[in-house]
Write a protein that binds this ligand. Structure first.
Ligand code: AKG
Ligand code: FE2
Length: 383
């Protein structure tokens, strides 16, 4: 079984194909289940094989991109994203859309959470109206006394969120318009080696990061196989207002820590997708660098600078994570700027000291890229 041939074949079958269901049904017909099972066994047994498969898909991703026309406005951003795992597109979200999202955020804040400096999730308990009706009449909807919100408080880390999945699949008004933005769509499509991403960017997290005693989210990878996110800044963000941080290049397998961490996250019993969790695993099963949170994507204090001083929040600085050095990328900027990042790379929140960050993160609920679809297939097979 040749690893490079597998990546080549998967790409030739499903590049440009979406949604996920369609790509899956093609792969199920073309690739024998026993091949997938053998490959899975082999990569779990041998870290080098896992790394080879991971990198073979990344090479195909680069190759796909190099064959696309170079004159699209999105081209230079995808190029940077492939190289660094992160890129900022200044002013991509029009100000009137930013203003609409913020107006919605202000109204929800007034009706549900008078508690600044607390953490939690806000969800909607009332059945949401028809989409178009909501987007056209949302001010009336919000001000209606019978609309009920639920507030679920968490440990005070400063973060309050409204997730589209707890909001009847609706997005903050204004965000629904930005989802159609052609540059946003092209960046998602081309990073994921598909022709079109329309209808695929279906998740949003609207959030406030309030000043708090601790960082709301330490250094971590969301998962090991690439998954693009777009964070829109809704207010001007500087080093004091909780900019997200990203370790450049960590979406690839450049250093020793990337090699180990990507492998552990996919292959260990405590890996996220293998349903490992803190409760049913003993501490010794976790890698030494992992903080005992949700999954082994999170790095503990001894191995990552989980709360750096505002003075140190400067792009270009060096930071050490898991013993390896990375160049820091600080996601500060102006309202309307959009930071695209591959959430399989190392990234971290930051504690807000005296100013609040307001942002909304766009993502996809399904796998878009051939790599992500194929690795998910392997995971689903079970061991
Ligand atoms: O809020 C932040 O700064 C971190 C965001 C994050 O980890 C994510 O969106 O995956
Ligand atoms: Fe994350």
């Amino acid at each position: 079984m040749n690893i490079r041939d597998t990546a080549r074949d998967v790409f030739s079958y499903v590049k440009n194909i979406n949604p996920e269901e369609e790509a899956l049904s093609i792969l199920e017909k073309k690739i024998e289940t026993s091949h997938i099972q053998n490959l899975k066994d082999a990569i779990i047994k041998d870290r080098q094989k896992f790394n080879d498969l991971f990198c073979a898909f990344d090479e195909k991703q680069e190759e796909f991109f190099s064959e696309l026309p170079h004159d699209e406005p999105s081209h230079k951003y995808v190029k940077k994203l492939l190289a660094d795992g992160v890129v900022k597109v200044s002013g991509l979200m029009p100000q009137e859309e930013v203003e609409e999202v913020k107006e919605f955020q202000d109204l929800v804040q007034k009706s549900v959470h008078p508690h600044e400096h607390e953490s939690g999730y806000v969800s909607l308990c009332t059945t949401p109206p028809d989409r178009n009706h909501f987007y056209n009449h949302w001010r009336q909807f919000i001000s209606n006394q019978s609309v009920r919100w639920q507030w679920s408080p968490l440990l005070n880390k400063g973060q309050i969120r409204i997730q589209s999945k707890n909001f009847g699949g609706l997005h903050a008004p204004g965000a629904n318009r930005f989802i159609e933005n052609s540059v946003l769509q092209k960046i998602f499509a081309h990073y994921n080696s598909i022709a079109k991403a329309s209808g695929q960017i279906d998740r949003t997290n609207l959030e406030w990061i309030y000043p708090s005693p601790i960082n709301h989210n330490g250094w971590h990878r969301d998962l090991t196989i690439h998954s693009l996110k777009a964070m829109v800044l809704l207010n001007d963000i500087d080093e004091h207002s909780a900019p997200m941080l990203f370790a450049k290049g960590s979406h690839r397998m450049s250093g020793e820590f990337d090699k180990q961490h990507h492998y552990d996250m996919f292959c260990l019993p405590v890996a996220k997708n293998r349903q490992g969790n803190v409760e049913d695993s003993s501490k010794d099963e976790w890698p030494k660098y992992a903080s005992l949170e949700v999954h082994c994507g999170y790095i503990n204090e001894e191995n990552a600078p989980n709360d750096i001083h505002p003075k140190e929040r400067q792009s270009g600085r060096e930071i050490t994570i898991g013993g390896d050095q990375y160049e820091l990328f600080v996601c500060d900027g102006k309202a309307g700027d959009v930071v695209f990042f591959d959430s399989c790379g190392l990234h971290s929140g930051c504690r807000a000291h005296d100013k609040t960050r307001r942002s909304i993160v766009f993502s996809t609920s399904k796998s878009l890229s051939p790599k992500s679809i194929f690795f998910n297939m392997m995971q689903q097979g079970g061991v």
